[in-house]
Design a protein around this ligand. Sequence first.
Ligand code: EPZ
Length: 423
Amino acid sequence: MDKLVIRGGRRISGSITASGSKNTSLPIIAATLLTGQGTFTLHHIPDLKDILTFTQLLHHLGVETSYSGNTLKVSSRNVESLQAPYELVKKMRASIYVLGPLLARFGHARVSLPGGCAFGPRPIDLHLLAMEKLGATITIETGFIDATAPDGKLHGAHIDFPISSVGATGNAVMAAVLAEGRTTISNAAAEPEIETLCKFLIAMGATIKGTGTTELEIEGTDSLNAVEFHNIFDRIEAGTLLAAAAITGGDITINGVEPEQLKAILKKFVQAGCSVETTVNSVTLKSNGKLLPTDVTAKPYPAFPTDMQAQWIALMTQAEGTSNITDKVYHERFNHIPELNRLGAHIEIRKNQAIVHGPQRLSGTKVMSTDLRASASLVLAGLVAAGTTEVLRVYHLDRGYEKIEVKLNSLGADISREKYNEF
Ligand code: EPZ
């Protein structure tokens, strides 16, 4: 197993290019299941464990893929199985994204229930609601979702999501593009990941109106084609790297970004006392080492994202005062807090709110990763902690960050990746 050994106290400074978005890659890779016409060429696909897991799932279904230099080629000409097994789905919840495409193209799909994760039950009832609205009959037995479209075809419908769900919106759109007739979706997720999925589907030949908004209208079509497509940047990786510069009193320029998609995050960095400048495709942050306490409430896009909540809490341990961080998306996404407190932070949890008392001097020790963004927050804390911090079980980190220690070392950090045995 790998750990990251971080020698703290060094400033992050320099420029870097953002990787491709993990949370856009997953639905667009799933969408390749919608057609056997041709081979897809997907650029700017990050080299992550979650992407590998997803391609393993596609291979299990009979799909051919090849990956090199952040370009993924996919051909879904010979899909032989419509079943997503537990062994793969339990490794990555986003496997549920195959449900909509398989059901829409083949009229049947059998997907293992994904189970929960480190920060909560992660239900999928909204995914199933959308499929049933589109005409599917769904049974759940022996841990599997078994979905069938009567006569092999879904039909258009009006889907009104009671809460905003990125995954359920993605599944609904991917199913609707091959359904007969018109589908309208209210309270759709407006995240850039879903906006980009819609653009990808339109490039494939789908008819979708309202992309990037919470109201979508899809006209079903009979067939779609494979395309070449450039994935967007990873806004959460970018936000995490900005936090690395802010927490160490450094400076960073990130190229290859769309500042508009970082708006809520950048606004908070400015409130925290950092200077932020943007161009059409880059962002530069400078910190003078003084951080102001800044409250944050994580909500669906365009608000501050829940995937940056843990990183913000780490940053606020160094702010000169108390900050309140509330997560309205995942009320229990606070596994990073006990570990940050072991580094010397003073953070209290009250229901779905963290109260961060700063500034606290952190001192390095061994800390345990529990989930992807929690591990990112521990790395950020390690950058500023005195002495050496060892972040264990970095397989969590590798799910969503492409060689983060290489990136941070190129910006002045002192991090080594080492093997270790837990017991
Ligand atoms: C996506 O997960 C992201 N994952 C998550 O990022 C992100 O935290 C989340 O969206 C919120 O932005 C991917 O894109 C692969 P949701 P998803 O459905 O789609 C509830 C990371 O760190 N809900 O938008 O699973 C749910 O419990 C990961 O990269 C239902 O009740 O999230 C949550 O409270 C972690 N029923 C809220 O909706 C459902 O059927 C939002 O979840 C589905 C969701």
